[in-house]
Design a protein around this ligand. Sequence first.
Ligand code: SAM
Length: 197
Amino acid sequence: MDALPFSQACENNKAPILEVLSRVFADRNAVLEVASGTGQHATWFAGHLPHLSWQPTELPEHLPVLMPRCEHYAGTNLRPPLVLDVSQRPWPITVPTAIFSANSLHIMPFSSVEDFFAELGDSAPEGTLLAIYGPFNYNGAYTSESNSRFDQWLAQQSPYSAIRDFEAVNALAESAGFTLQEDNAMPANNRLVVWRS
Ligand SMILES: C[S@@+](CC[C@H](N)C(=O)[O-])C[C@H]1O[C@@H](n2cnc3c(N)ncnc32)[C@H](O)[C@@H]1O
């Protein structure tokens, strides 16, 4: 068997993220994960949060990366991965009352970040919890030297990728009818931000 697609960052951050999600999603029963990557988060969180039905999604061209690990999942609460490009609206899926995405808003173009929140404003049920993990800038400044270097690296990968300003993302969330609930400090200068609609 070929080695499954692997991200060291996911291995490092999955336990601290689980600690927050297990509390925040305690009363939910289904989660939509946007930009599931290798599926390490989907399989780990589904395995540790058996009360949740976990729906992984990815861009069509990235589905072959996501699929193999999901196919190896032994439990019954991981749904087969679906194609979801947040910029293709309206989304072809039903949005449940819990949404999670990690390390995606700084990868996709900002216009797609706008689409992401606009679509949630249109289709997320009232009372939806939205949990976003990743780096953010605050008051126009990096929170660390390592985030500054990471942003330079991102710019070399794609002119559209960049660490987002928390205030800009929060403004999109508010426009979509979401209110900030929590902004959790996480290891490696990341955040786990939770909004509620
Ligand atoms: C850095 S990876 C993060 C993957 C995973 N969530 C993780 O934490 O390892 C960013 C992901 O965003 C996805 N992505 C980029 N643009 C997207 C879009 N418009 N809609 C959905 N996913 C997108 C990419 O395919 C990629 O898998």
